[in-house]
Design a protein around this ligand. Sequence first.
Ligand SMILES: [Zn+2]
Ligand SMILES: [Zn+2]
Ligand SMILES: [Zn+2]
Ligand SMILES: [Zn+2]
Ligand SMILES: [Zn+2]
Ligand SMILES: [Zn+2]
Ligand SMILES: [Zn+2]
Length: 1740
Amino acid sequence: MAEGEKSLDGLELSKEWLEAADSRAELFRYLKEQVPQIFCLKKESSPQEEEELMQSRLFLPLECFLFGEDPQEGLEKLKQGSTSSQLCGRVFKEGETVYSCRDCAIDPTCVLCMDCFQDSVHKGHRYKMHASSGGGFCDCGDIEAWKIGPCCSKHDPGAATAMVTDECGLEPEIYGRAERLFRILLHYVTDFLVWEENLELSAELQPRTKDNAYYCVLYNDEHHSYDHVIYTLQRSVNCDQAEAQTHTALIDKEGRRAVKRGTLRSCQQARDLIRSNSEHISLQPLRVEILHAAVMAHQTFVLRLGPWFQKVISYSVGFRQAFCQVALETNADGDQPCLISRLMLNDGRMYKGARKIVHELVFCSMLMETEFKKLFAIEFTKYYKQLQKDFIIDDHERSISITALSVQIFTVPTLARQLIEEGNVIKVIVGTVMELLREHLDNNNRFFFLGYNSDKFSRIQIIFHDLRYILISKPSVWTEELRREFLEGFKVFLGLLKCMQGMEEVKRQFGQHIAVEPEWEAGFSLQIQLRHILAMFQDWCSSDDEILLLAFEECHKVLMQCNNQSFHREATNYYMLKHILHVCPYKVSQEPVSIHLPISRLLAGLYVLLCRTGAVERLDDPERFDHTLLAEHPLRCVVLAAQVSAEMWRRNGLSLVSQVYYYQDVKCRDEMYDKDILMLQIAASKMDPNHFLMLVLLRFELFDYFKGSMNKDQDELIQWNRLTEEMLYLLIVIIGERYVPGISHVTKEDVTMREVIHLLCIEPMAHSSLVKGLPENESHETGLETVITKVATFKKPGVSGHGLYGVKKERLVDFNPFFYHYSRSQHSKAEESQKKRRTHEGHDKALCPPVPPAFCPAFSSIVRLLSCDIIIHILRHTLQRAAEDRATHWTEAMIQRALHLIGQALLEEKTQLEESTMEEVAFDFSLKARRIGSEHGKSVFLLLSKIKAVPSLEAQKDMVKWVLQMFEIVKCLREKSSPTASMSVDTTKPEESVQDKEKAERKRKAEAAKLHRQKIMAQMSTMQKNFIESNKMLYDNMPETGTQGGEPVVTTESCAMEHRELCVAIGPHRGSSPAEREVLTCILCQEEQEVAAQAPAMVLTACVQRSTVLTQCRGRIPTNRADGTGTSYPLFMPPELAVGTHTGSCGHVMHATCWQKYFEAVQNMTRNRLHAELIIDLENGEYLCPLCKSLCNTVVPLIPFERLMFNYENAEIIGQHLTLPRWIQIISARIKGLKSVAQDNDCNTESTSVDGDTGLCGEGQPDFRSILSYGVQEPRKFSDSIVEMLVVCATTVHRVGLQTAPNEQCPRVPLMAWNTCAFTIQAIENILQEGGKSLFGSLQNRQLAGLKAIVQFSAAQRIKSSQAVIQRHFNDMLGVLLPVIGRKNTPSLPEVDFFHLLVGLVLSIPALYQEEAVDLQPSAVSSAYNHLHILHLVTMAQMLQVLLSSTDFPAVAGEETEESRAAAELYTTVSQHTERLIPDVSGISVAERVKRGIEPFLRCAALFFNCLTGVQPPEELFSTAVTSQGQMEALCSYLALPSNVFQLFQEHREAVTPLLKRWCGSPAVTKALKGKNPTVRYPRRRNRLIDLPEDYSALLNQASHFQCPNSTDDDRKHPTLCLFCGAMLCSQSSCCLSQLDGEDVGACTAHAATCGAGVGMFLRIRECEIVLMASRTRGSTYPAPYLDDYGETDPHLGRGNPLHICPERYRKLNQLWQQHCILEEIARSLEVVNVMFAFEWQML
Ligand SMILES: [Zn+2]
Ligand SMILES: [Zn+2]
Ligand SMILES: [Zn+2]
Ligand SMILES: [Zn+2]
Ligand SMILES: [Zn+2]
Ligand SMILES: [Zn+2]
Ligand SMILES: [Zn+2]
């Protein structure tokens, strides 16, 4: 009832306010009472209490007022009648992933939130994803943002309800109340948000009694660091470290915080202290204010009102409109800005928390309503300049400035147009920039940025974004108004460019190097900002002829104003070959020159557009343009670049080099270098060609040189040569570069294709490198995708690396070695690779010029350059120098360029002749080239023939030949003047006879053959190297490959044939062990040595680690601390295989002594190396393999197979006596005997109760020594060093496996050796099965070598341990199989892993033969029987375990067989013993189930006995082609089991019957059968990395819904996915730190400890990156297995292309894990990276 009462109160209150004459006064009176009471009255208040009071006492009455009834009911009614918004409007948090569609978004700022994207059509388009910088909002539903698919399915209006959005759908009465309430409250909010310290509360809010309660409030700023603030607080307001930290964190987050409450005096004191303390540290004091408690209370309430408004507004469109109405209305007098403007204008002064409230309110109100958005945009534009000014002096980031809202309004096309028409927003924006940059103007009104403030400057630059936004969508229709206002804006923009034209001039430095590098970055960043804006302005102009003409005129006018005083001297006449050029003298190398010419370049751009649209015809009096003058500055700039490249400007330092670099770089060139070339082309098309060339020669300062003056100065000669190269290159470019729409008839696509072809001619490239090499447009698009398939073929990547594009062959005809966008190094690389390719394909090396597209008519006269007098002169002059061949007077590059030019000329002539009759062709290059100078034998043509013979021009010979051929072709065309004359090059070869041709052919063939030979030789030598290398490895790794002793392979083979039937590893028919000697080479000293038991030890590198690779209970690691409580491990491995101990090896062999020396050296060296401890854990004995750098932490001694004397006859005889029951008796007797001996020795008289086992024995009691009678022998002897290494290895295994202190005396040392042996075999069996590989013959050498060594090591381990301890272990283990013998806490059948048990029993049984006085071990025959009986027993137990854990029996149809009958019988027996098994299961099903269940066990057993005895396995196990039935039979035969395994129970019925009963009778079995304990199923589940979604965005989606389990704040989180188990973790975040061994660790580290026993593999989702972790301090990153369509990974989603999983790469990661190579991978990557700064992996 309390609720009802409250709302009743609320209703009454609201009625009072409503009925009062002055609602506002009435409401304020209430707030005056309530607000201070709820907030800030008490010193301490609980946030919860505050919240409750606020809801009931403040918000409830307000809502009652709004609805006029109970808010709940009102809301219900409202919901029925209204529609929700069609806009998504989700406001992005920082780091949230947002999507844009490259196909459909109007511009790249249009984005979708994750949810909308997933539900939109764009999911199938070319989308981009990136992390939001915060502050924007989802554009779903905005029809102006998308070309198609503006709405996701959720925000799709569907019905026609969208039409009603303009009507508020509210009843007028409610609307009226809403308006009234919002007006009062918004005023209230505004007043308190913009509050200033010294203000007094208004009369209405003035409390009756003013307490002396004040707050000292500290504000955030960017000058003081976190630590400064903490320091200051601790010293000023008496708080401890933790408190100060909390304050500081909140100040940073909210922007301010009350740090003290008290009397005015005490607050003033605190303020002064804070100020003085903070001033100490960084000159500026912290901002502190003192606010009265009541003011503070109202401010606190206002902050809460923000979210309340948002909530209420979202109820109904009507409320939203009412709010917008109130926010935008001006007061009656109109002298004051509207409320929202007041807030905007105070934005720069408000603290973070307050700003956030305002921005969010704007987002959810005005930006969601089309009409109000427009009104808001107009307000925003009105105050634009002021807002930007405030932002410039503000020290907050842009994302929390109101100016960041511009993107939301300026990018809307209709709004942009409206703002231009009504507010001339272009003028406003450019005007703002101009005003802010005014301080950088010099006397000539040009910018100079010396000593500029880079922070402020970068803030100013952001304003250019707004200009770009406005220009994003070009209008389709131009109104008169739009034209007028646009042109107005354009003029202002020209004003800005005018200040840049000619700015920051440079002057060549003579003599000494410049003292200070001049500032240049500011100018270029301005240029970079303007780049797209310039292009967009041109684009706008081109859409309307009238605008284009006016803009061109305007631009020309401004340029003429700039060029007024650019010459210092009078014009004079220059003469060359009877041509006269009248220009002013000027030398780039001596006078100032500027690289910034935006107006000239804009003019060039506009001119080409005029030509393209044809509007050039409408230009008044085109003759008035002085093209010499227009070209002057661009030419200077080009010359400057040439001179810098000729190293004439060396003394001007790096800044100039950088400027020239950027001038031609892809980031700037389209509005710099390219436009300069354009301007030169314009001039060349308009000027007399001779005059143009003379001007070029003059500005290159080569005029005199080409007039014939010669200087002896070597330096100058070199300079001239370089300049000549550059000048000829420029001519090639001016004549040949026509890929600009308007210069020739090409499309933008053609242009891009040509760029791509030329990039790919350098080398095959990845998609991302291509993107980097291409210019981006304003939407960050390069146009690459549309052309790439036309010009290139894609080569897919392998498991590493990335995909590559190679240029298509047929596109190579377009290759131009002098492509103008090549840098010098790109040019030579491309030239080299293309020449190589041509030779490879059997062509000559001539890289002839491509045939260019024809010029548009306006530019067609450029080709006259090629046949004018001056060019012939230039060419002759150049060629002559080479023909004279004086070393310093010419360069090959010069000739190369001259040849290219001649080629261009001849191609031009050929084209013209082919297209029209000879009479029409005025182009006469070939004639002039043959005629001019021929009288002295110095025509171009004759000189060419001469230089053919110059030896140093060998490389150009093919090119010269090609040029001469071209001359002949052109000659033929002219002479015959018929179209047939244009024959192919080969057939028209002049005077070169067939003989010549043949000779050439022969030579070419010989050349090719020589090359081929060289290639083969090179291949052979690498192959040889590889062969040696790999053989060495092979040799090192495979000790048993029997190439020793003269009879290799054959012996093994014949041996195998002989003992074909002896492919049995155990029992009386066991085969023999291989008898070869192994001789191995030490990788350290390279000396060979035989591996022998008595020889000094050889060791194998090894790495022991804990592993959960096989676990059946991921995430649950049984605690087995040193005391060994809580689990039976290590004596018994639980069937879940929760944690095992894996020992792997890279297979490299060393002498033990060599290793010890190496190890010590490494330890000493590593100690002194920086951060080496990150890679190597010295304390734990780690080192890197000296050969392959794998991480290792121990060595395994190599022990050869034991030589065997096996007497099959004896075996047969013994076998008749030693049946399983007999064997059990003998073993039991032996154990009993040994025990009593021990007890006698210990004088322990505790009664023994082992009589129970008598039930097992039929015949007479065997003696406790009778075991010995079946055969004993002396145990093996090992050399001391082998024994020492056994201890080293065993100690490591024990220490690592049990995570305990090293202790070689620990009784569990031998257990751990057996455990690691068993576990390593299981891990390897798992890899083989997973990889679909055969059990034998498919292991990597290193795995095989390691495995053998470990098995032999484990077998030998017992000789170092106390025999009594081992006997006890044997006894304990046997207890599982013979429950009677065992003690009480012996686990029952379902509780152990039988493979571990098998290994333990087999390896420990020899200890039973130990006699007090003599060391004995079982003879080969005894061992064979021991193995046989142990295996049979364990196999039966394992079968039963499978049966007991099975609930699902496959329904198999088929005939009853011997096997199924035996299975059924067993099943019945077991059923009787347990009385619970499911009835009605056919024998076939049981057989099937059990056989499948025990298969992994049998496979492991086969591996184990193979490594233990070396007996050759049957062939079937070397192949994957054999059926599973065949496999099973082969396994059984190898293991001496009946192929019908159920027969075991019948064969041993006598012994097993009592056992079966006991096995089934254990309480644990009953419990398991009742389903109480989760039992393991067999075959065990194979672990694999979790499935990942195909599409990466699905993962991002998953991550976006991720909730940190430990915090609720909206800070950015780093969701990280464990690939072992799929857990999503909150990494790198203080909220999820936890303690691990008393140390703070991040969520991932903590998780890895339990999930992967310290090893982890995580996917950091936002970063799209894998993190590998091992131990607390080590980790490394690894590329995520996701690729984009171009075969590239995208770390940190830098490119944002759609990503899809690459199954091969993911499989590789899976292998990395399964093969226990994560540790190794980390060590290797750290070794490579050689980290300088330690990354705190444990905090992940
Ligand atoms: Zn959305
Ligand atoms: Zn949506
Ligand atoms: Zn799309
Ligand atoms: Zn050695
Ligand atoms: Zn190695
Ligand atoms: Zn996990
Ligand atoms: Zn967290």
